[in-house]
Design a binder for this molecule. Structure first.
Ligand SMILES: NC(=O)c1ccc[n+]([C@@H]2O[C@H](COP(=O)([O-])OP(=O)(O)OC[C@H]3O[C@@H](n4cnc5c(N)ncnc54)[C@H](OP(=O)(O)O)[C@@H]3O)[C@@H](O)[C@H]2O)c1
Ligand SMILES: [Zn+2]
Ligand SMILES: [Zn+2]
Length: 345
């Protein structure tokens, strides 16, 4: 099979299309013929060498995978060849204490696809059956690959915040892959949604997706606008997908007893934090990573029922990973850039 392999990480990453051996499924594995694979900011950070822990090169990137089961191991019962499926971002065992509680994102035997083991930017990928959820035929590959990450990830993140109807929710990086789906989900909880974007051109779509106000940052500290829009109280919830570049403003935006869910860190830098700012606000900072199977199943239902719209910015041939990289780097993409692995090679 052909796959796109990251050979060198750093400021000038090197990717090559290579012939790779077709993985053979173990007893509980499925071999999935990749339909489409999303290009996540996580892939960009691995390419740049910012995310290094557990990464061994050469590596096939990609954890946003949808495709058709091509072959299954001897003891697989959950899926069969021909099934349309989507994978969890972290390949899970399905048997450990965490998996049995529906916390597959914390699987004790979990393996990050496209991070610790080869991922979906190839014609085939091997995953454990426990990581797969079936996808109904009305969801095309380029949307199906978004169901786990970013949509399932967004669902899990917003659950961590326990958003209540009528609360004000700020979403940062609102025009990105996670952001566009967080905006829709926050709106569906009947929250007042303030979308923060650095890209003026994304404002219209964000309003259409449900943002009550779009705050376009520039040199501006967006917390001042959040405070002005909330009679100086601040937002009960901040869903942050950007991390350190916006952290001071995100924290200043938070109302007393507010909750900030940290989903992303685009730069890999550290932040300065005066602990008194947390203490006197009674604030909660909550990290959220990955998606559990219940969240992936919920994402699949919401999209199948037309209650949530997967936002695909571009669909590129699978060997144009560098083009996807450039689109994210320049923040030109709105929603997710998807790579199509059905027609290339
Ligand atoms: N927790 C998890 O499990 C999980 C899952 C997936 C991704 N992530 C992480 O979440 C972050 C976002 O991922 P994504 O896939 O949504 O990325 P993305 O599609 O590239 O979107 C990120 C958005 O953030 C804004 N942005 C980027 N750099 C910025 C900067 N320096 N200052 C201000 N705004 C900036 C831009 O939005 P605007 O143009 O609207 O300003 C950009 O579109 C990454 O760190 C990624 O690794 C975490
Ligand atoms: Zn992702
Ligand atoms: Zn497990």
């Amino acid at each position: 099979m052909k796959g796109v392999v990251l050979e060198k990480a750093g400021p000038e990453p090197r990717l090559v299309v290579r012939d790779l051996p077709l993985p053979s499924p173990g007893d509980y594995d499925a071999l999935v013929k990749v339909g489409a694979c999303g290009f996540c900011h996580h892939d960009l950070l691995v390419m740049e060498g910012v995310l290094r822990r557990g990464v061994k090169l050469p590596l096939v990137l990609g954890h946003e995978i949808a495709g058709e089961v091509a072959e299954v191991g001897a003891r697989v019962t959950a899926v069969q060849p021909g099934d349309r499926v989507v994978c969890l971002p972290t390949d899970a065992c399905g048997r450990c204490q965490q998996c049995l509680q529906g916390r597959e994102h914390r699987c004790l035997e979990g393996r990050g696809l496209g991070h610790r083991v080869d991922g979906g930017m190839a014609q085939y990928v091997r995953v454990r059956e426990a990581s797969l959820v079936k996808v109904p035929p009305q969801i095309p590959w380029e949307q199906a690959c978004l169901l786990a990450c970013p949509i399932g990830v967004a669902l899990q993140g917003i659950d961590e915040a326990h958003v209540q109807a009528g609360e004000t929710v700020v979403v940062t990086g609102a025009g990105g892959g996670l952001g566009v789906h967080l905006v829709q989900l926050a709106r569906s909880y009947d929250a007042r949604v303030l979308a923060v974007t650095s890209s003026e051109g994304k404002a219209d779509l964000l309003s259409k997706l449900g943002a009550h106000e779009v705050i376009v940052t520039g040199e501006l500290d967006f917390s001042e606008v959040v405070l002005a829009l909330t009679e100086d109280r601040g937002a009960e919830v901040v869903l942050d997908t950007v991390g350190s570049p916006l952290f001071p403003s995100a924290l200043r935006s938070l109302a007393p007893s507010g909750r900030m869910v940290l989903l992303g860190e685009v730069s890999g830098r550290e932040v300065r934090l005066n602990l008194a700012e947390l203490i006197f606000r009674n604030a909660k900072l909550i990290g959220s990573v990955g998606a559990s199977k219940p969240h992936l199943e919920q994402a699949t239902r919401l999209v199948a029922e037309g209650k949530l719209q997967p936002i695909v910015s571009h669909v590129l041939p699978g060997d144009e990973v560098m083009e996807a990289y450039k689109l994210l780097k320049s923040r030109e993409s709105i929603g997710r850039v998807v790579l199509d692995f059905t027609t290339i090679f």
